[in-house]
Design a protein around this ligand. Structure first.
Ligand SMILES: [Zn+2]
Length: 375
């Protein structure tokens, strides 16, 4: 079995492009990972997700452990087979969603006990159990079990939480064991405190991981504060391993993160927004539910190669979205995922060519221009 490796091909400023190799296929970086929460990227067939250009999906430990359960997925051949996606899958550790979704949580040194948001049943997650679940799922990139306070939080709380997460990172590494071809990523914490981020990075380096995530951002601090943190956090992490920014974000968040040395990202935004009629385009956000599209025969984004833009008018997308037809969710999700993947491909090319500065100027200029004029 081949190993998990990261090869950096080019760097332009702090932005990097390269390839992560896994036994299940290559991941071109910077990479955007569509979110397949409950073993599906909602409204998309796996083959269609691949057609948008995605090399890897994200699955959620919290959701899958509750329903249909990791043991059931393992008995059915693992998550790849279960959901018919043969390429790499990254799973989160469950920690973040226990904190944001579950009811009645209790946090101890050992781990977290909580009540399911589905049926109120009681569950426990520890670093060891999170590693066991992610192994049962057959995840290619496993995330350490961590804890992260919502921001703003006081420095004492952030420091305490970061130190607990570092002890859990060490336990995660032991529990993960030796699994050739599978990777374990550590997660840096420390809020917006540069010295706590540095301490966290140092603790993770000492344990040693296959990749490193910048955790605890995109939790309400705003873009300016997030970019402020990304001005130092990625560079505190090992230069020769992939760096993953969790749960980000809007297109301009993603571009700003890549410019600051991030290699991987995930977000529900393109798929979730698609289902509510919001499209991301080269000229900014378009709300297809708006009455101005009622009679518009033009494509959503004429530069886009997705089926929604190639085969349908704005008037049709408006109609099926307003009528809550299932195809509305399908086409709008496809478009948004394609837009995000085109964005990543554009950045990879520009970084490789050493023209990322001018690419970024064109990106911002296109968005500032706004949507095409109504007919
Ligand atoms: Zn499109």
């Amino acid at each position: 079995m081949s190993e998990f490796t990261f090869e950096k091909h080019a760097q332009d400023g702090r932005a990097r492009t390269g390839v992560i190799s896994t036994p299940r296929g290559e991941i071109r970086t910077p990479a955007f990972m569509p979110v397949g929460t409950a073993a599906t990227v909602k409204a998309m067939l796996p083959g269609s997700v691949r057609e948008t250009g995605a090399d890897i999906l994200l699955g959620n430990t919290y959701h899958l452990m509750l329903r249909p359960t990791a043991e059931r997925i393992a008995a059915l051949g693992g998550l790849h087979k279960f959901m018919n996606w043969e390429r790499p899958i990254l799973t989160d550790s469950g920690g973040f969603q226990v904190m944001s979704l579950a009811g009645l949580r209790k946090l101890t040194e050992e781990g977290v006990t909580f009540k399911s948001h589905i049926d109120g049943s009681k569950h426990a997650l520890t670093p060891e159990r999170s590693m066991e679940i992610q192994a049962l799922l057959g995840s290619d990139i496993v995330m350490c079990f961590d804890e992260c306070p919502a921001l703003p939080a006081d420095r004492g709380r952030i420091a305490q939480s970061m130190e607990l997460s570092m002890r859990w990172a060490a336990r995660s590494k032991v529990a993960f064991g030796d699994r050739p071809g599978h990777a374990l990523f550590g997660i840096q914490q420390g809020g917006l405190e540069e010295d706590l981020r540095a301490q966290s990075a140092e603790a993770l380096r000492e344990i040693g991981f296959d990749g490193y995530a910048v955790g605890g951002l995109a939790v309400g601090e705003g873009q300016e504060a997030m970019f402020g943190c990304l001005d130092y956090a990625p560079e505190q992490l090992p230069e020769d391993k992939p760096r993953y920014l969790m749960g980000v974000g809007k297109p301009d968040d993603i571009v700003g993160a890549v410019a600051r040395g991030i290699d991987m990202m995930d977000c529900v935004l393109p798929s979730r927004s698609g289902r509510t009629g919001q499209a991301f385009t080269r000229h900014g956000v378009v709300n297809i539910r708006n009455a101005r599209h009622l009679d518009d025969p033009r494509p959503l984004d004429e530069a886009c190669g997705c089926p929604a833009c190639q085969n349908y008018s704005r008037a049709y997308l408006h109609h099926v979205t307003r009528s809550k037809e299932i195809i509305g969710s399908m086409l709008m999700t496809w478009h948004n995922l394609r837009y995000y993947q085109d964005l990543m491909a554009g950045m990879r090319e520009a970084i490789a060519a050493g023209s990322f500065e001018s690419w970024q100027r064109a990106f911002h200029a296109g968005r500032a221009q706004g949507d095409i004029d109504p007919l």
